[in-house]
Ligand binder design. Structure first.
Ligand code: C2E
Ligand code: CA
Ligand code: CA
Length: 816
């Protein structure tokens, strides 16, 4: 069983689980990446904003520091000539300044950071330079002093060292005596700036000839700035920024330079003085690091969230998916009709009604589908069992039918021959049964047959073989019996049958049986031969009067038995030659439209005195004598002739069992069709189920041949013989004619309804039309219509009526 489960386990290419997971992962990755990006962007711009504020402030501070230096110098300038100067020196400005510098110069340097003092005479010449050996003031300043001698000048010059100069004009005793120029190193301001802000700073000087040198990597002055705070730290950073700095005199935007493990921001403070800018280097490693940490933190958080939600998703859908898969695994069991297995293996329901989901819904649907299919299956099995049972039983009396009888008798006969014991065959025919049928109707006839069967059962033993061969004929085989046993048995049968008394419609029916007895294997070793002998013996019994038995004797054969046979053979051949056969027809109506589809040809014989003889009487004899072939030909020939004369006449023609084995029939039919110029689709043929199955191969061949010609084919009396749909499938028939026995009582008998419905559905399933015969009233017709039967035939519409000469309308005998 597990093997079967494994074998049918459906596989999937990509589980829903993975699909959901992939989709969710993609979505989350997208969201997280955007979030990380946005947060990074925000932090960066916040950082930019802060930095821009810092830069503004630093620029202001640096300018203020430089300015502060200038102001300090201008305050000092007027003080210098007075510093500790003696009376004697007060006479002359040059002397006063000289003495002041001599005595207090050191203090100027220490207290005020003054690096140089120059006294420039009004004619522009340098009178005093302090400290000793100090360089003269730059030429640019000289030029400026000469141009505007009596004005204070503040300037910043880098040649080569960066200095702030302040030139202040001094009056001595009321007249302009010269310019006192104080010089202060810019480095002090820069260091103060560094101490204040923590930022490094470098000065660039736009001396056009030199600046090219400063920024040329091949030059020895490459990136030698006139003033730099902590060059060891600052220069490498500036060097890293060199490519940008080169084009960078106009650099407006700050630069971000990675250097070593740190990040540095470089920005320019322009125009500290004419031609002099400052480059400020801020270490932003910590801020950058903070942004990086925050961003990677958010990414990490995203990944963590992703893992968490993925596991949560897997956890949530795992259960439902397993249930779905279980469901998919068990559903194929439906196709194998394994309902109990399926029900057991169905996934369980959710405990609470509130928690029911779609899978529970589906499970319930599968469960109710299973219940319904099981019900249908059991209905079908019942119908099938019934069909199987019908294959070898007579539904009316529940006795074995002819087919089963033949099989079992064959076996008994074999045994008798092999073991050398003797048995008896009793062939039994009810006397005047036809009268019962005709006087009181079929129903009474049926009841009578059932009573006879019941009585027969009481007088037979379980080892005996009892069967109804058809109509009012029964057979009883005693596997081991002497002649005396057989006779005793026949007598007790007759007694039992005699005891039946049937009161119906105010009439009392009594029945008697005529019995022919034949012993085997002494009087025959072949079933056909034994049956024929028993049949003859039975006729002999009938000749003696009702309710007799007759023991077959080989000696009789030449005399009376032969006479009886000869008598019938004579009658039939006379009827054939003297034209005493006539065709009757009975209409077959399409139920849906009420239109006559075609008519069945039914044969009648007139006896010498003009009395009507029905086919039940002469056809079995003709089958035994072999005259049936001639009869079949006569019917076909005359039916086609009638059709030629009546263009509106479509006929269905009965074929005997022997027609199946008649190799010439097909060719003859082809010639006849041509001769009478009949369109083949106007003809259909009927052959009984039993005849078709008894020679299955030939029957199939004949049917195919006729269909190739264009004729239709119907399986007659379906259900009375094998009624096996296995055969129905094999036989290429167009129509199925349900045996009248199932139709006649359908209004009262629900079993008949089930049977007719089963056959109809089955036949329709194979694309075949269904005809019901023995439709005797409107009620039956209504039921058949409800069951989906296509066509109906029966006394209700019309009894069989004589097929009149053309020109004369057919006078139907019924509602038609
Ligand atoms: P079948 O082919 O089953 O024909 C139907 C029989 O049922 C006919 O009996 C018909 O008269 C009878 N029948 C029709 N409607 C009803 C109804 O509503 N109630 C009742 N109780 N009976 C109805 P029929 O004409 O006596 O024929 C008996 C059988 O003889 C036929 O059975 C058929 O097997 C055979 N047969 C008749 N004509 C021919 C023929 O031309 N050639 C051959 N080979 N056999 C024939
Ligand atoms: Ca028929
Ligand atoms: Ca029939």
């Amino acid at each position: 069983m597990d093997e079967a489960r494994v074998a049918t386990t459906p596989s999937v290419d990509l589980s829903l689980r993975w699909k959901a997971l992939i989709a969710m992962t993609l979505a989350l990755v997208l969201v997280n990446a955007s979030l990380a990006l946005i947060s990074n962007f925000q932090l960066t711009s916040q950082f930019e904003l802060q930095q821009s504020a810092v830069r503004d402030q630093q620029a202001r501070q640096l300018r203020a520091l430089v300015e502060e230096g200038t102001q300090a110098m201008s305050k000092l300038a007027s003080l210098v000539p007075l510093l500790g100067v003696s009376e004697s020196a007060m006479t002359d400005a040059d002397a006063a300044i000289e003495e002041a510098l001599l005595t207090n110069g050191a203090m100027l340097d220490l207290e005020w950071d003054i690096r140089s003092v120059h006294w420039i005479r009004p004619d522009g010449s340098t009178a005093i330079g302090w400290p000793e050996g100090a360089q003269d003031i730059p030429d640019a300043l000289h030029t400026e002093l000469r141009r505007t001698p009596e004005q204070a000048i503040a300037t910043l010059l880098c040649s080569p060292e960066c200095r702030q100069y302040k030139a202040t004009p001094l009056l001595w005793e009321g007249s302009f005596a010269g310019n006192l120029v104080l010089g202060r190193s810019l480095a002090d301001a820069l260091l103060a700036f560094n101490a204040l802000t923590g930022a490094e700073v470098a000065i660039t000087w736009r001396d056009d000839a030199r600046s090219a040198e400063l920024l040329n990597p091949r030059s020895s002055d490459y990136l030698q700035f006139p003033a730099v705070t902590y060059p060891d730290n600052t220069l490498p950073v500036l060097r890293a920024a060199a490519p940008t700095l080169k084009s960078g005199d106009t650099m407006q935007e700050p630069l971000l330079i990675p250097q070593g493990a740190g990040w540095y921001e470089i920005f320019r403070i322009p125009a500290l003085a004419a031609g002099i800018d400052a480059l400020v280097v801020n270490d932003v490693t910590t801020q950058r690091e903070a942004i990086r940490t925050a961003t990677s933190g958010s990414i990490l958080l995203g990944i963590l969230g992703l893992i968490l939600s993925a596991s949560l998703l897997l956890l949530i859908i795992k259960g439902p998916l397993y249930r779905l898969r279980d469901l998919a695994t068990v559903i194929p069991l439906l196709a194998e009709n394994r309902y109990a297995d399926l029900r057991r293996q169905l996934p369980g329901r959710s405990k609470s009604l509130m928690l029911r989901d779609e899978i529970d819904l589906m499970t319930d649907t599968v469960r109710s589908l299973t219940d319904r299919m099981e019900l249908l299956q059991s209905d079908r099995e019942q119908a099938e069992a019934r069909l199987v049972w019908l294959a070898d039983h007579d539904p009316l009396t529940q006795l074995c039918n002819r087919r089963r009888f033949n099989d079992d008798f064959e076996r008994i006969l074999d045994q008798a021959i092999r073991f050398g014991h003797q048995g008896a065959l009793l062939f039994l025919d009810l006397d005047q049964f036809k009268d019962v049928n005709d006087l009181s109707g079929h129903r009474v006839g049926d009841t009578l047959l059932q009573r006879v069967a019941a009585q027969l059962r009481t007088v037979t033993q379980s080892s005996d073989l009892l069967a109804r061969l058809g109509g009012d004929e029964f057979a009883l085989v005693l596997p081991e019996a002497t002649e005396d046993d057989a006779i005793a048995s026949a007598e007790s049968v007759q007694e039992a049958v005699c005891s039946i008394s049937l009161q119906e419609h105010g009439r009392r029916h009594r029945v008697t049986a005529s019995i022919g007895i034949v012993m085997f294997p002494t009087q025959g070793t072949d079933i056909g031969q034994l049956m024929a002998s028993a049949d003859l013996a039975m006729y002999q019994a009938k000749e003696k009067g009702r309710g007799r038995w007759y023991l077959f004797s080989e000696d009789d054969q030449g005399k009376e038995q032969l006479d009886a046979r000869v008598l019938w053979r004579e009658q039939i051949s006379q009827a054939l030659t003297q034209g005493r056969f006539e065709l009757h027809v009975q209409p077959i109506i399409e139920i849906a439209t009420g239109r006559i589809r075609h008519m069945e040809v039914l044969l009648r014989m007139r006896d010498a005195r003009g009395g009507m003889v029905y086919p039940d009487r002469f056809i079995p004899v003709a089958e035994r004598t072999g005259q049936i072939q001639a009869i079949d030909r006569w019917v076909i020939d005359n039916a086609l002739a009638a059709m030629e004369l009546r263009a509106d006449l479509n006929l269905s023609i009965n074929l005997s069992a022997s027609a199946m084995d008649d190799p010439l029939l097909l060719t003859d039919l082809r010639h006849l069709l041509a001769r009478h110029r009949i369109a083949p689709e106007r003809i259909s043929f009927e052959v009984t189920e039993t005849a078709a199955i008894n020679s299955l191969l030939n029957a199939t061949r004949l049917m195919r041949g006729m269909q190739e010609l264009g004729c239709r084919f119907a399986l007659d009396d379906f259900g009375s013989g094998y009624a096996s749909y296995a055969y129905l499938r094999k036989l290429p028939v167009d129509e199925v004619k349900i045996d009248g026995a199932f139709v006649r009582d359908i209004a009262k008998n629900p079993e008949d309804r089930i049977f007719v419905k089963a056959i109809t559905d089955m036949a329709h399933g194979m694309g075949k039309r269904v005809i019901a015969e023995f439709v005797e009233n409107a009620e039956i017709l209504g039921i058949l219509k409800g069951l989906g039967v296509d066509d109906a035939q029966g006394y209700y519409f019309s009894k069989p009526v004589k097929l009149e000469q053309p020109g004369k309308p057919i006078a139907f005998d019924g509602v038609l």
